[in-house]
Design a binder for this molecule. Structure first.
Ligand SMILES: Cc1cc2nc3c(=O)[nH]c(=O)nc-3n(C[C@H](O)[C@H](O)[C@H](O)COP(=O)(O)OP(=O)(O)OC[C@H]3O[C@@H](n4cnc5c(N)ncnc54)[C@H](O)[C@@H]3O)c2cc1C
Length: 491
């Protein structure tokens, strides 16, 4: 099949990571494919902000130390140092692209503080609309850049491989037909797989597509057992695809968790109460729910009438659900939020397949260890994305041979299977997991895979789910976000 287009660099995914690569890869020609009609993925939904050691008493070494403590010392230290050292320049780059971070009365950058950060170091824009503001600026810059072509509504369904197994492009579905895109370098920037779970804070596009097609092509994945669950998603019954997030900054501002008797409970669980590490808070909420109690966030005193101004995104989400958070308790639930693992990459963002790179949440860099420090993931997309784009602008991989025919037909998971998969993962491979539950999910997945047509694209998501469950079974202990109720003592 003749390629629809040839370019130097093919970026799959137009979130913060993908556009950071694209913008810095000039003068290379870059095509950015995105499955969504309006790219931006989870990046556009980010609320808290971007972590960077910008305060007078702060420095990248302290940011790195906090990152490693949050990651339960399971982090790749070298990656952490690169991430935190690159943070101030990444923020400056965004400012140069026109991002107006919120400022205080003297014109100084306002630095927010989030759980497990030793300093106030979170820059944010328009309150809790940081992701939307950043993506607006990146998308505008990409639209103006003559070396970048943004191609929305194109879902990558397979990587194109030559006879030697080198990645030479990708196959995508444009709603009517399969297209082939050829490139010297292919960059996965498709985001995470939290939306495979029935309860998630992520958009539907965070369904692990990038990891799934990389796995199908033979790439190695890593750390899939480490999935972060956010403790406070808005628990609304009619949210089919994703639950609106109630940012941690609310608890930072003093909002409290209460059970259905109106009692606060976090002080009994952890010395830092509401500001305990995210996974501790999430498990405490889940434990209350398992005991048959609803859990609420109470921001009436802490935020009250300032809600619309300080947390406009959360305020609108609550009001849409018929809850006025200025005067009412807000029902909450944990939800799958962020994936620490992904496609294994080295320090140069190279995967184990020649010609294939990965950045952002799809990448398994080891930088987050067993648990991500809040506001380090937009940063990861920016820092590692810019590093990769700059490297590709200097040096492209050698050209590969002709691609083998497309190994897939477009047949994604139907709504029923996707819902069943989400429920199985939520119940058996979720926040609290044990061998018996994981084994049941694994058996279901094996049955579904056997029945699934070999060439249908949806099987790659089932195979990814199988790899996630296998990783959870292969770590019989509790570490960071990986909490096994049959091995409850953290290693
Ligand atoms: C509600 C919410 C709030 C958050 N708040 C923060 C925060 O304050 N600070 C922070 O650091 N992090 C935050 N995060 C996490 C952070 O937003 C993500 O980790 C980060 O944005 C991921 O960026 P990315 O570019 O890797 O992926 P994404 O931004 O998800 O972009 C991936 C893109 O790939 C496209 N895509 C997916 N599959 C395919 C395919 N098969 N073919 C083509 N295109 C495809 C998608 O459409 C999407 O546009 C938050 C996440 C959520 C959900």
């Amino acid at each position: 099949m003749a390629p629809t287009a040839e370019c130097d660099v093919l970026v799959i995914g137009g979130g913060v990571a993908g556009l950071s690569v694209a913008l810095t890869a000039a003068p290379r020609t870059v095509c950015v494919l995105d499955a969504a009609a309006r790219p931006g993925g989870a990046s556009a939904w980010a609320q808290g902000g971007v972590a960077a050691a910008l305060g007078a008493a702060d420095d990248p070494a302290q940011h790195a130390a906090d990152t490693v403590v949050a990651g339960n010392f399971h982090n790749d230290r070298e990656a952490v140092d690169r991430l935190t050292a690159g943070a101030p320049a990444a923020v400056a780059w965004l400012q140069a692209l026109g991002v107006a971070f919120d400022r205080g009365p003297q014109g100084e950058l306002m630095l927010g503080r989030e759980a497990a950060h030793g300093h106030a170091r979170i820059v944010h824009a328009r309150g809790d609309s940081t992701g939307a503001v950043i993506m607006g600026a990146l998308a505008r810059a990409a639209a103006q850049a003559t070396h970048v072509r943004l191609l929305a509504g194109r879902c990558a369904i397979a990587l194109a491989q030559d006879a030697q197994g080198r990645i030479v492009g990708a196959w995508s579905w444009n709603g009517e037909a399969i297209e082939l895109w050829r490139a010297r370098a292919v960059v996965l920037a498709t985001g995470g797989y939290a939306a495979l779970y029935a309860r998630t804070t992520n958009p539907a596009t965070s369904d692990g597509s990038g990891a799934a097609i990389a796995l199908a092509a033979g790439a190695r994945l890593r750390d899939l057992e480490f999935v972060q669950f956010h403790p406070t998603a808005l628990a609304v019954a009619d949210c089919v695809e994703s639950l609106p997030l109630l940012t941690e900054a609310l608890r930072g501002a003093g909002a409290m968790l209460r059970d259905d008797q109106g009692q606060p409970f976090m002080a009994d669980v952890h010395p830092r109460a509401e500001l305990a590490p995210r996974d501790v808070v999430a498990r405490a909420v889940a434990a209350r729910q398992l005991g048959g109690h609803a859990v609420y966030l109470d921001a009436r005193m802490a935020v009250g009438s300032a809600f619309p101004e300080r947390f406009p995104t959360v305020f609108q989400a609550c009001m849409r659900a018929g809850i006025d958070p200025r005067v009412s308790l807000v029902p909450v639930s944990p939800a799958a939020h962020y994936c620490m693992g992904g496609v294994r990459v080295d320090a140069a963002a190279r995967t184990t397949l020649d010609g294939l790179f990965a950045v952002g949440e799809v990448a398994g860099t080891g930088v987050h260890g067993a648990n991500r420090l809040a506001s380090n993931s937009l940063l990861e997309g920016l820092v590692f994305g810019r590093t990769l784009g700059t490297a590709l602008s200097d040096d492209l991989p050698v050209a590969g041979g002709a691609p083998a025919p497309c190994p897939r037909v477009y047949r994604p998971l139907d709504a029923g299977t996707r819902r069943a998969l989400g429920e199985r993962l939520w119940n058996g491979a979720g926040l609290l997991r044990d061998e018996a539950g994981l084994a049941r999910v694994a058996a279901d997945l094996a049955r579904w895979l056997e029945a699934w047509p070999a060439a249908a694209s949806g099987r790659d998501h089932l195979a990814l789910a199988q790899a996630i469950v296998s990783a959870m079974r292969a770590r019989p202990d509790s570490l960071g976000a990986h909490w096994r109720t049959d091995y409850p003592h953290a290693a």
